[in-house]
Design a protein around this ligand. Structure first.
Ligand code: SAH
Ligand code: SF4
Ligand code: F3S
Length: 442
């Protein structure tokens, strides 16, 4: 059982967990292969945030069911593993390994047990104060590196599975984080993204006890680093010192992802979000009054139980008031074990779809207007690759906006990983396009 394949679903936390799992297995002598057909061990790192996400892994398992008889071993990791536990063995009897993210340090041991003939092994304890740290992380991107700063979540939003699937909050030590960040910069990474379900509640567990704003400042001071991002912020724990830190150091990117979920204080209360619309708008006010133009993005759920037409109108008016730079939006999906699943006044599926379309159209108009305002400006793009079909380099601004550009007098040298000043010449709803300013490429 030495060749393994892994497919990852879900958020950046999952993507980064997979990088750590891959590194750990490579260090144990396993080989990574790029197709499930040629693997002895097939791993799925799963997401359970909405029903559709959960179904994906069961579809995959169904697809390869017959392979199990030929000696292939199947393992389910991540949030569906933790949520469904041993029930996965009933739903997909060819699965041999079920392991949640709080137990990944035990993965090598679980695999040894499988190899020595055990038919089924599980790692499902959430009773841990451990974080999954390994020196073996195998990162997918050579320029931008993820670093987990806090795992789990102590909030209890009524719709959300994460507190059940990832367990209670555990923060890493500030020294551990800064050491890893320095090593990454020494290895050539120029962008770091700090990860957690709620990074704002970060608290250094060592005597220093640093909070998130302090951590952010310290990471931003590492010499050689060009960009620092962080996700996700919970509005309740978002404090002004975070904005002050961004304002004072251009290495800290001009972007805050601040999920609001709804524009109606009544719905926010039913969701258990712990802030009102006014309190949310106060945070937005801090961000907007910064000296630097800090982009704001958000997540919105439509059709939460009890959401009336008037509540939904409040969400639309919030979009107009904030003028987000981008938005992720979802139809409410009832999840196992969560309080919202039993709530009265469910919204019809058809009405949820209608609201989602209206919401997305409204936001599209806002993005078209906001992006048009950027035409004529010069923005710095971190180059992620080249698009042969369009002849454009693919880049991203500090505000996290896609900025694709042409280079008129290019000498054929790759710009991937470089920081290029670009004059913005065109704008669409989701991206900007422009031309490299010659002679200023770093
Ligand atoms: N920790 C982050 C987000 C975690 S999940 C936060 O607190 O904001 C990412 C997004 O998925 C959430 O912001 C929410 O908009 C959406 N989401 C979570 N549970 C959902 C559910 N049951 N149905 C629909 N969308 C959901
Ligand atoms: Fe889920 Fe709320 Fe925690 Fe975010 S803060 S992960 S939405 S419980
Ligand atoms: Fe999904 Fe788990 Fe992330 S449920 S969104 S993979 S924390």
């Amino acid at each position: 059982m030495k060749k393994f394949y892994i497919e990852t679903f879900g958020c950046q936390m999952n993507a980064h967990d997979s990088e750590k799992v891959v590194g750990t297995l490579l260090a144990k002598g396993y080989d990574l292969v790029s197709a499930p057909e040629s693997a002895d061990l097939v791993l799925y790192n799963t997401c359970s945030i909405r029903d559709k996400a959960e179904q994906k892994v069961f579809n995959r398992l169904q697809q390869f069911k017959r392979e199990a008889g030929k000696g292939k071993v199947f393992g389910v990791l991540g949030c569906v593993a933790q949520q469904e536990g041993e029930r996965i063995f009933e739903r997909a009897p060819h699965v041999s390994l079920v392991c949640g993210s709080a137990s990944y340090t035990r993965l090598p041991e679980l695999l040894v047990r499988l190899e020595s003939g055990e038919r089924r092994v599980t790692g499902l304890s959430l009773d841990t104060d451990e974080t999954f740290e390994t020196p073996y992380t195998r990162r997918d991107n050579p320029h931008r590196a993820y670093i987990t700063i806090i795992e789990g979540c102590n909030k209890s939003c009524a719709y959300c599975v994460v507190p059940f699937t990832r367990g209670p909050e555990r923060s890493r030590t500030i020294t551990g984080i800064l050491d890893e960040a320095r090593q990454l910069v020494a290895a050539g990474y120029t962008e770091i993204q700090l990860l957690g379900q709620n990074v704002n509640s970060y608290r250094d567990p060592s005597a220093e006890g640093a909070d998130f704003a302090t951590l952010l400042r310290r990471v931003g001071e590492i010499s050689g680093l060009r960009r620092v991002r962080f996700t996700t912020s919970h509005p309740r724990d978002f404090v002004k010192p975070i904005v002050d830190a961004i304002d004072e150091n251009p290495v800290l990117c001009n972007h805050v992802h601040l999920p609001v979920q709804s524009g109606s204080s009544k719905v926010l209360e039913r969701m258990g979000r712990l802030y009102t619309r006014d309190e949310y708008m106060q945070r937005v006010g801090w961000i907007k009054s910064a000296r630097r133009p800090i982009a704001i993005s958000t997540d919105i759920i439509v059709g939460f139980p009890g959401e009336t037409g008037r509540d939904f109108d409040d969400t639309l008016s919030l979009l107009d008031e904030v003028e987000y730079d981008s938005m992720f939006s979802f139809k409410y999906s009832p999840r196992p074990n969560t309080p919202a699943t039993g709530m009265a006044d469910a919204v019809e599926e058809e009405e949820k779809s209608r609201r989602l379309t209206v919401l997305q159209e409204r936001q599209r108009g806002i993005q078209i207007r906001r992006n048009a305002d950027r035409v004529g400006l010069t923005e710095e793009a971190l180059v992620e690759g080249f698009n042969r079909a369009t002849g454009q380099w693919i880049g991203r601004t500090t505000q996290n906006q896609p900025l694709n550009f042409i280079e008129r007098s290019g000498n054929g040298e790759s710009l991937t990983g470089r920081y290029v000043p670009v004059r913005v010449t065109r704008a669409g709803p989701n991206s900007l396009a422009g031309e490299a300013i010659e002679g200023h490429i770093h």
